[in-house]
Structure formats: C-alpha cells, structure tokens
Design a protein around this ligand. Structure first.
Ligand SMILES: Nc1ncnc2c1ncn2[C@@H]1O[C@H](COP(=O)(O)OP(=O)(O)O)[C@@H](O)[C@H]1O
Ligand SMILES: [Mg+2]
Ligand SMILES: [Zn+2]
Length: 398
C-alpha cells in the first residue's frame, strides 16, 4: 500500500465534511436546490481552510447524475452521491469537467488566452465545466483584462472559481462580477476534533492536550494542522508509549516552550525576584530556544492575562483546564494597565533585538527590566490594587 499524507487522505468528499465553513456550504447548497448558479465565484481565505476542497465538491455536485435526475434527492440531500459515473470520475481524479489552473505559475496573457480557448468548448459528459483558478491574485493586470470578457459573457456551461489568499489584490472589475465567499480561519476546537477523528480512524492513541498543541501551532489552517500531525505520528512511531501521541512528545518535536516558563516570568515580576528571572533567561539560552520565539510567547501569555482581566472569564484562552485555572488566579495579581505596560515594553524589545548583536545579553537585560518595572513603587506599581468585593467574586467564578 502506498502511503498517502493525511491532508489528502482525509480531504472532504462532500459538503457536510467541510468543517467550520457552514456559512459557505449552506449558501452553495441552497443555490443548487434553487437551480440558481452563478458563473463566477471568489473563494478567499487563509491557506488550508478548504477553498480548493469546497471548489472540488461544488464541481462534483453540479455534475452528479443523481443530483441532476432525481429532484427529491436534490432537495433533500443536496450532496454529490459519490456513486454515479461522474462522481466516480471526480473521486478518481479523471473527470474532464474540472480544470485546475495555477495562476502563480501560469500568469501571462498567453496562458489566459489558452484558457479562454479551452473555455469555449463545452463538457462532453455532464452539465458544467468548472475552472478553478488558484492564487488568482498573481495574475497580471493584462491577464485580468484578457479574462474580463470571458467573465462578462460566460458560456452557459462554464463556472469559474477564483481562489485567493489575498482578496484585496483582485481588481474590482473582476470581483464585482463574482459571488464572494470568505473562508474563515478554522477555530481551534474544530481543528482538534478533526485531528482526533483522524487519529481514531488511524488507530492511534493520543492525549487531548497533545492535539491542542498541534492545533495551536497551525493557527487556523487545517492543512497545516494535518501536516504537523503527519510529522508527529512519524516522530511518535517507535516511542516507549507504543506509538501513542503524548503532550511531552509533541512539545519536544515542536520545540514548544512550555507555559510553565511563562508563568515563571510573571511570578518573578510579582515576587520582585531578579534571580528567579535570571534562571528563566538562562534556561532559554542554554536550551537553545529562540529568544524572539520566547518573547512572542511571553506577549501571548500577557495577552491571556489581559483577556481574563477584561472578560473575567478564561473562555478565550486556548489552554487546558489546569492552565486556565492558573490564568484565572494570576490575572488578579496584576492591574490591566501594568500588563499593557509590559506588553508594550516587550514589543519594543522584540523590534530592537532584531538589530542587535549581543542579543542574548539584551534578552536577559529585558527580562530583568520587567522585574524592575514591577519594583517601581507608588501609584505606578505593577501589582494590582485590591479589588472591590464584587469584582473579585466575578474573577473566581468564570
Ligand atoms: N474546512 C475544512 N474541513 C476539513 N478539512 C479541511 C478543511 N480545510 C482544509 N482541510 C484539509 O486540508 C487540506 C487542504 O485544504 P484545501 O482545500 O486545499 O485548502 P486551501 O484553502 O488552501 O485551498 C484538505 O485536503 C483537507 O484535508
Ligand atoms: Mg487551494
Ligand atoms: Zn453522483
């Protein structure tokens, strides 16, 4: 058996399998039911959120024999059947009714002319020919213009789907002739759920917070999450836990700086303890972590404290329950103004470090500066002032 990467093996084959983009799949399914299809669509959004996937399912659906011939099925199911000849051609990747065109590498006027020629001919079998033009923002203005005519008077059998990560680069003349769909970043819980079901299907045991780490690293891209999962599975294959995926293993593979170190920084600020802070700095330097990465994580850590302070709840903190509880407790130790002050200082430090040579030394100094900021007494004290009784109560009950 040949090995297939997860992102391809688990590519959705029907609308219902496309996660977190219901606002789009529902609209497309409605227009299929109503028989009101457009000729131009723009699918925009981050890489790996389902643009190509949705375009392929769409192309499969408009050509599915069952959808075309069985009105009841069309109304009630509105999914490609997966069984008719056309669907099977699509699934095998042999259908002639879909053409994918990569505008990043074919972006000259000549390439567009060839495409236009091609568009004139209708499908031999099936109803529509769907052209997916990926990375469409890479086309030159001349190429766009060459395309405009086709889009103004499209042949009845042609549907164009323009996919892009950079919507703002598409000329208004093109955009205004298309229906626009914005694909959103995939929320962490949805990514985690999907990874979990993949692991189940693959028969791999996995710790939940291990998947959370993978999902967080992917930052809203399902494809990235799946690629990291491939890597994690390979990494874990011959470990002592019989190939199961552990939090420790993932943290090690991703060179993930544990939350403990972030809390150690704020603890050192809170307890005004420079030697504790030096320990953290030494840990980072000696273990070969990247100082910039560390500062970025530290800023995220402070952001989490701010969120908890402002919402009096940890629901927007993407961490395990135990870590969330810690945020809940520590948020009360600092005033929001002081946390903001630290964030601003660190953002500044991040910028400065880019141009410094002795940056390990500078990094250490910056951490120490945080302790000093905490020591300045008076009204500017970094520590929180006692909270009124009612607010205190809110902070302990999310
Ligand atoms: N919304 C989604 N639901 C389920 N899987 C997804 C989703 N988005 C992306 N994927 C996974 O990521 C892979 C790449 O997605 P793709 O549609 O090609 O992304 P892009 O938005 O860059 O075109 C798919 O094969 C699929 O496995
Ligand atoms: Mg794509
Ligand atoms: Zn079918």
């Amino acid at each position: 058996m040949t090995y297939q990467v997860i992102a391809r093996k688990y590519r959705p084959v029907k609308f219902a399998d496309i996660t977190a983009q219901e606002h789009i799949t529902r609209t497309i399914q409605n227009s299929l039911r109503l028989g009101r299809l457009g000729h131009g669509y723009i699918f925009s959004g981050l890489r790996g959120v389902g643009k190509t996937t949705a375009a392929r399912v769409f192309a499969k659906a408009v050509n599915c024999r069952r959808m075309i011939e069985d009105p009841e099925y069309l109304q009630q199911v509105t999914e490609p059947c997966g069984e008719c000849e056309s669907c099977r051609d699509f699934d095998a990747g042999t259908s002639l009714n879909i053409a994918e065109f990569d505008a990043a590498s074919n972006n000259s006027v000549d390439d567009i002319r060839t495409l236009r020629e091609n568009v004139r001919y209708g499908p031999q079998k099936g109803k529509y020919r769907v052209y997916i033009i990926d990375e469409v923002h890479m086309l030159s203005i001349a190429a766009f213009n060459a395309f405009l005519k086709t889009l103004e008077e499209p042949p009845p059998h042609a549907i164009f789907i323009f996919a892009t990560t950079e919507l703002h680069k598409i000329p208004a003349t093109i955009a205004s002739r298309c229906q626009r769909f914005n694909f959103k970043r995939i929320p962490l819980p949805d990514i985690q759920k999907q990874l979990k079901s993949i692991c189940e299907a693959e028969g791999i045991l996995v710790e939940d917070d291990a998947l959370q780490l993978v999902g967080r690293k992917a930052q809203g891209s399902m494809r990235d999450a799946q690629s990291i999962l491939d890597q994690v599975i390979a990494f874990s294959a011959e470990n002592d836990q019989g190939g199961s995926i552990t939090y420790r293993g993932v943290a090690e593979l991703l060179n993930y700086i544990d939350d403990d170190h972030m809390f150690a920084v704020t603890d050192a600020v809170y307890s005004k303890d420079p030697s504790k802070m030096l320990d953290v700095a030494q840990f980072v330097i000696q273990n070969g972590y990247d100082e910039q990465d560390f500062l970025e994580k530290l800023i995220e850590h402070l952001r989490n404290l701010l969120v908890v302070q402002n919402l009096s709840s940890t629901r927007l903190v993407e961490r395990s329950d135990a870590v969330r509880e810690r945020y809940q407790r520590d948020a009360a130790k600092f005033s929001p103004a002081s946390v903001m002050q630290m964030v601003e200082f660190l953002l500044q430090t991040q910028k400065e470090l880019k141009f410094q040579f002795e940056y390990q030394f500078r990094f250490e100094l910056a951490l120490l500066k945080l302790v000093e900021m905490g020591q300045s007494s008076g009204t500017d004290n970094l520590q929180n002032h006692p909270l009124p009784a009612q607010k205190k109560k809110l902070l302990t009950n999310p």
